[in-house]
Design a protein around this ligand. Sequence first.
Ligand SMILES: Cc1ncc(COP(=O)(O)O)c(C=O)c1O
Length: 385
Amino acid sequence: MALSTVDRSAGIAVLARHEVRDLPRYQSGAPSPDILARWKIAELARLASNENLIGPSPRVREALLAILDDVHRYPDPNCTDLRIELAARHRVPPERIVVGNGSEDIIEMLCKAFLSATDRVVTLAPAFGLHEIFPRMMGAEVHKVPVTSAWQFDVPAISAALERPAKMLLLSTPSNPVGCELSDADVQRLDAACRAETIFVLDEAYHEYSGDDRGADRRATLESMDRPWIVLRTLSKAYGLAGLRVGYGIASDAEVVALLDRVRTPFNVNLAAQVAAIAALRDESHLRAVVAATGSERTWMMASLGRLQREVPALQVAASAANFLFIDTGRNGKAVARQLATDGVVVKPWMDTGFANCIRVTVGPRSANERFVRHFGDIVRRPAS
Ligand SMILES: Cc1ncc(COP(=O)(O)O)c(C=O)c1O
């Protein structure tokens, strides 16, 4: 349809693909303009985006200073050094590594490369927004399987959903927003439930926080699978590089990466992101410090919320293996988040159907966590309006 023949009163949206017109917006968790107008950034307790509570390794700063005279050059389109670094860590050839402008870039590439309007994707409810938005952008049907009442993956229900043909199984573990984990046995059961044509995608954005070896066990199971699969990781969370945007995938074989290469933008990972990622990966003691600090803050928050729960039994907090907690507040989550924001505490209310009472709160530094617990306590002790 030519623009001149478009009925202007219907708006430009009529020119867009209907999948795009109907697409839900991603809720970024960024503070709203009215909150920013009221508070200085430094005064906000920013607990909505699962950012790192300490920040990146000091080596990242050095790496960034060293490239300041090179920014007029395009970055390496193949992320050669970074892929070599990652390949050595994960004991795979570099051809099996894909790097993205954040791991969300790789989720988008996967959807562009593999999904079309006749395809079906199975994922979780509640889900990370982009696990639904990118498949729907391609016109695929998204089947969301709710977690159990104990906030765990419902493996039998996911297996049942996989009985109908699905092009992709897309799960995060630890899951965002709940924080539950898939065991190695779960992965084996899900593999057995998938048809031959199902691509198995495990989004492990929070893997480093989980503090056990399940990731390694799962990798061994994935390696034994007779299907395409990919594990996604990010430098945004435990490595503290959210602002630079770099994530990666370890794929079952080089052919998956070659297909993703066809749909990715050629210079998708900028120079700063490439050098910072290498520096961050090499500082393992900083990573250990971040994971330990997050673990002890998570324990502190769980204990504080446990005490609050004795006063307010309607509260439910899911056990989490990640740097956030998912809380059923027993009242409208959006209203709770709005009230917290007036006190400068930014958390993320959840929008998935059936989870409207829930909020997700990042495990931040102690001062922010204390502010959250104090104000949240004040809100939920009052009768719901
Ligand atoms: C489960 C999950 N996957 C992927 C991402 C995207 O991370 P990034 O694009 O910053 O690597 C996030 C970010 O919050 C996430 O929670």
